[in-house]
Design a protein around this ligand. Structure first.
Ligand SMILES: [Zn+2]
Length: 362
């Protein structure tokens, strides 16, 4: 019996030892597994840290790019503004750095300077003899009853959106001043010149329809003429205020302005919304869609002579085109009673366009 007990105890011991060993093994495995997990966690932590760092770097890179772009854009704007200022202030008027080089010549001398690649830049002075007031002659304000409106503010899209009745009332009155006016000798001379020189580029700064009615026959779209570029639009036409038929790269659709009563606003024939005049308002940009600006620039870049006729060079476009010709040392002929362009390869014909043009283009 004792022996049996002893044997049993030995078996039990043996079992316990084995259990212990197994237990230790499991323990070890658990430990190893834990160690591996810890290691994995550690690695993941590092990975996350790296991801965060990368994200942080990316974020700061984006911030840096943003800041760079902002700074770059401001710098470029300033640079362009300064170039613009120097062009306007130094290149048209003479100064200490740009001494006066313009000289007065006779019409006969001017005839020799005209080439096949000539631009005619026509201003409001051309229509003065037909009885249309230039912008300088117009009052700075429009008086209506007790109210006075500054034209600088009135001729803007902002004003048109804000007070369309007032805007259209003024427009109607202004348009009536341009009606039934007949072409003068200057307009006729340009028509004759174009007939002899079909390649001449004619850019009109005036919004009256006189030169257009003398020249224009072939329309590329209703209200846009092949023979003349009307950079500031034409007082005869209107468009939808919201350009409901607008298509990029295509000229905007224009309509005749109907006869309308006072305090009435003409409407878009397509969508019935308010209409707007087909004029470049003072707070608007020149676009290909409203005046074919790219085509004009492309054409005048090939020209070597510009004849500037009766303009006070008040608009950005007029100044820019003259400055381009000064920069490329091309020939500039200015016809004005009091010429303004003092620098560049510039020649003055002092006088009125209706007196000079018939002789110059004869
Ligand atoms: Zn419309």
């Amino acid at each position: 019996m004792d022996q049996n007990i002893q044997e049993e105890e030995e078996i039990l011991d043996e079992k316990q030892i084995q259990d212990k060993i197994r237990y230790q093994k499991i323990q070890q495995e658990i430990q190893e597994s834990q160690d591996r997990s810890t290691e994995t966690l550690q690695k993941m932590k590092l990975t996350f840290q790296t991801i965060n760092e990368v994200q942080e770097q990316a974020r700061s890179t984006v911030d840096n790019i943003d800041n760079f772009q902002k700074t770059f854009s401001i710098t470029m704007d300033k640079l362009l503004e300064n170039i613009g200022k120097s062009l306007v202030s130094n290149s048209i008027s003479s100064s200490e750095h740009n001494p006066k080089t313009a000289q007065e010549i006779t019409i006969q001398q001017a005839k020799q300077l005209i080439t096949k690649n000539t631009v005619l830049l026509c201003g409001a002075g051309l229509s003065q003899a037909s009885g249309i007031p230039t912008s300088i002659e117009q009052n700075r304000c429009w008086i209506k009853g007790q109210s006075s409106y500054q034209l600088q503010k009135l001729k803007t899209r902002d004003f048109l959106l804000d007070q369309p009745e007032i805007y259209w009332e003024w427009h109607k009155q202004f348009k009536s001043q341009t009606q039934d006016k007949i072409p003068n000798a200057g307009h006729i001379a340009i028509k004759n010149f174009r007939e002899q020189n079909p390649n001449v580029l004619i850019v009109n700064l005036s919004i009256d329809n006189i030169l257009t009615s003398v020249l224009g026959s072939e329309q590329i779209k209703y209200g846009y003429f092949k023979e003349i570029y009307e950079i500031n639009g034409n007082i005869q036409y209107m468009r939808c205020l919201y350009e409901c038929t607008f298509q990029e790269g295509e000229l905007m659709t224009v309509y005749d302005i109907p006869n309308f009563e006072q305090n009435e606003i003409p409407k878009c024939p397509i969508c019935g919304a308010k209409a707007r005049p087909h004029l470049l308002l003072l707070d608007e940009e020149i676009l290909d869609e409203n005046c074919r600006i790219t085509e004009i620039q492309d054409q005048y870049s090939k020209c070597d002579t510009i004849i500037v006729i009766g303009t006070a060079l008040q608009t950005h476009f007029a100044k820019t085109i003259v400055c381009e010709f000064i920069k490329k040392k091309a020939t500039i002929i200015e016809i004005n009673p009091e010429p303004l362009i003092e620098v560049g390869n510039t020649f003055w014909l002092k006088g009125k366009s209706e007196d000079i043009l018939p002789e110059l283009f004869y």
